[in-house]
Design a protein around this ligand. Structure first.
Ligand SMILES: [Zn+2]
Length: 321
C-alpha cells in the first residue's frame, strides 16, 4: 500500500502487532476517501501472513497467495448485501461463528466489517459478546466513515484508530503524481471539494463527478439570476439523487465560506452570486441538502424534494414582501 499519509499509523500498528499488543478489535475510522479500507486490508494480510517481511505482508507465503486469489479460508468480510441497505443480524452471527472455527492455514483468523455503522441495532448487539470476550487468535477489524453512528457500547470495546486527511501539501503532491494533467490551482480546488481526502478527489476526476458538480452550480446560478426553476428541473438531477444532494450541500457550504470571507474556496475563480444571501438562509439550505442526501437511498420522490429545495433557493433572490 503506498499512501504516504498512512505510513505513521502503519508503523504504529506493526509495532503493536510484533509486541503482541494489537487489540482484537481495531476500529479504523475517519472520513471517506482516505484509504481506510486499504489500511484494513493491509492489517488483515499482515495478521494472517506466515512470513512477514518487516512491515509488509510477504506476498509469497501460502496465506498471502490465498488472500490474493480471494480464497483465504481464515479471512471473513462483511459488507452491506446488495439487496439490502444495512448489515443484518444473521450475517453478523455467521461471521462470529466463522471466527470461532479452527484456523486452516496459520494460527490466526480475521474478520473485517465495512462499513461498521451499517450494522442495525440487533446486528451490533450480536457483536458485543464477541468484542467483550474475543476468541484467542481471532481479530475483528471494523471500518467506519461515521463512528458516531455506532452504539457507544461497540465503540468502547474497540481500539480506535483515527485517520485524518493529510496536510494539504502532502495531498497535493500525491495528486500531482496521479494526475499530472492538473495544475496546482486545480489540484487545490478539487481537494477542497473532496474535503481534503485524496482518494475522494481522485474518484471525482475518474467518475466525471466534477462535471455533474459544475452542471449543478450552473443551474443554481441560473435560478439565482431569475431563471425559472422548471427550466433546470428538466435536467434530471434526481436521476442521481445522492450526487445531486452532495453537490447542493457542497456548494451551499462554499457559499457560506465565501459569505464569511474565508479562503480556500471551492468555487471557481471569481464566482459570485448575483446578490448576497443571508448566512442563516444558506445554513438552512445546506442542512436541507444534507437531509436529502441522508435519504438518497430511500424510495422518496427526489424530483419533488429537489424541486421544493430549488424553489426555496429561488426565494433567496426575490425581494421579501
Ligand atoms: Zn505472507
Amino acid at each position: 500500500m503506498t499512501l504516504p499519509w498512512m505510513e505513521a499509523v502503519q508503523q504504529r500498528l506493526e509495532q503493536a502487532n510484533v509486541t503482541e499488543r494489537l487489540g482484537h478489535a481495531p476500529l479504523i475510522c475517519g472520513p471517506a476517501g482516505l484509504g481506510k479500507r486499504a489500511l484494513a486490508e493491509w492489517l488483515l494480510a499482515r495478521v494472517l501472513c506466515l512470513a512477514p517481511a518487516g512491515e509488509a505482508p510477504c506476498g509469497k507465503c501460502r496465506s498471502c497467495e490465498l488472500l490474493a486469489s480471494g480464497s483465504h479460508p481464515d479471512s471473513f468480510r462483511l459488507a452491506i448485501p446488495e439487496d439490502k441497505k444495512e448489515i443484518p443480524v444473521d450475517n453478523v452471527r455467521g461471521l462470529i461463528a466463522s471466527l470461532q472455527l479452527t484456523p486452516r492455514i496459520g494460527p490466526n483468523r480475521v474478520g473485517l466489517i465495512e462499513p461498521a455503522e451499517a450494522m442495525n441495532r440487533n446486528a451490533a448487539n450480536a457483536l458485543l459478546k464477541t468484542l467483550e470476550e474475543p476468541a484467542e487468535n481471532a481479530w475483528l477489524i471494523l471500518v467506519s466513515h461515521q463512528p458516531g453512528r455506532l452504539p457507544a457500547t461497540i465503540r468502547s470495546r474497540c481500539q480506535k484508530i483515527v485517520i485524518r486527511p493529510p496536510e494539504p501539501d502532502a495531498a497535493s503532491a500525491w495528486m500531482a503524481e496521479r494526475h499530472p494533467e492538473l495544475d496546482q490551482a486545480d489540484r487545490a480546488r478539487i481537494l477542497t471539494l473532496a474535503a481534503g481526502a485524496p482518494l475522494a478527489a481522485s474518484a471525482l476526476l475518474a467518475d466525471n463527478g466534477l462535471e455533474h458538480g459544475q452542471q449543478i452550480l450552473d443551474g443554481l446560478l441560473k435560478v439565482a439570476s431569475g431563471g425559472p426553476v422548471s427550466a433546470i428541473a428538466g435536467e434530471d438531477w434526481h436521476a442521481q439523487p445522492e450526487s445531486s444532494w452532495h453537490w447542493l450541500s457542497t456548494w451551499m457550504a462554499a457559499f457560506m465560506r465565501q459569505a464569511q470571507g474565508m479562503r480556500g474556496d471551492a468555487l471557481p475563480e471569481g464566482f459570485r452570486l448575483p446578490r448576497p444571501v443571508a448566512p442563516e438562509r444558506l445554513a438552512r439550505l445546506w442542512e436541507q441538502a444534507l437531509a436529502g442526501r441522508r435519504m438518497a437511498s430511500s424510495a422518496v420522490r427526489h424530483d419533488l424534494l429537489i424541486g421544493k429545495w430549488l424553489l426555496e433557493w429561488a426565494r433567496s433572490f426575490t425581494p421579501e414582501r
